[in-house]
Design a protein around this ligand. Structure first.
Ligand code: ADP
Ligand code: ADP
Length: 228
């Protein structure tokens, strides 16, 4: 699903080596945490996956698409295979919870009848059925993040990318958000969570890839076979 082969990224503007010779493989159906301190290269890693940036060298394959050669006109298609959850939620404040989620379906041209079936189902899944008619400002941080998750899920992407999803919510809610992502993963969606919250990560026992100074310094997956 995500394959990086010797990927390096140097920003032209300042010569910073944001990623240095990164190789990794994330299979369909996996749940992976990407951890690292500020400046480690996590955002750069995500930007490369979404093709907001191009690698300086190396190759990236996402959902069978080779990003170095993917024509610009196909980038929207690439991005539709992923649902993105942001730290700051990015909900539309004038719209209700229902409308925020429905809007994501309208954007990709879904018909009204399928929107009417799908949105309530997804809101139920994230535990927000009773908040459908509220506006984001009436919700707690954890609830807003669940709306954001519902919006990311509604078009049934193969991959969910959550960029510091718990950065703006309290620890208890953070745990619930990761639990929810874990349930979504069990239904078959590949999940990638970027975070600097080591403590939260530890309690889940998932694969953890640590990036430091642009390099993969550990991957818990490497230990899987050693342990047997
Ligand atoms: P993280 O998300 O782990 O905090 P980033 O990928 O944002 O790390 O940053 C990695 C390094 O690349 C940092 O030194 C940062 O300053 C630099 N960097 C990130 N984005 C840019 C950019 N657009 N232009 C120049 N340097 C950048
Ligand atoms: P985060 O780690 O939460 O993503 P950052 O502060 O690292 O936030 O980055 C915020 C934005 O600024 C990102 O889009 C990043 O690519 C960009 N950025 C980070 N460092 C630099 C830099 N040195 N020069 C230019 N842009 C940068």
């Amino acid at each position: 699903m995500i394959k990086f082969n010797n990927v390096s990224k140097v920003y032209d503007s300042n010569g910073v080596h944001a990623l240095d010779n990164v190789s990794l493989n994330i299979e369909k159906g996996e749940f992976v945490f990407i951890v690292g301190s500020s400046g480690a290269g996590k955002s750069t890693f995500l930007k490369l996956i979404m093709r907001e940036e191009m690698p300086t060298s190396g190759s990236i394959i996402i959902n069978d698409m080779h990003l170095e050669t993917l024509p610009r006109r196909k980038v929207p298609y690439l991005r539709r295979t992923m649902g993105i959850v942001f730290q700051d939620f990015r909900l539309i404040s004038k719209m209700t919870v229902y409308e925020n989620v429905a809007f994501a379906m309208r954007c990709v041209g879904k018909r009204n009848d399928s929107i009417k079936k799908r949105v309530p189902y997804i809101l139920e899944l994230v535990g927000l059925a009773d908040k459908a008619n509220d506006h984001p400002s009436e919700l707690s941080g954890g609830e807003q993040q669940r709306v954001s998750l519902a919006r990311a899920l509604v078009n049934n992407p193969a991959l969910i990318i959550a960029d510091e999803p718990t950065g703006n919510i309290d620890p208890e809610m953070s745990y619930e958000i990761i639990e929810l992502l874990s349930e979504i993963n069990k239904r078959g969606t590949t999940v990638l969570v970027v975070t600097h919250e080591h403590e939260l990560v530890k309690s889940f026992g998932k694969r953890v890839i640590t990036i430091d100074d642009g390099r993969v310094v550990s991957d818990s997956d490497d230990n899987r076979f050693v342990a047997i």
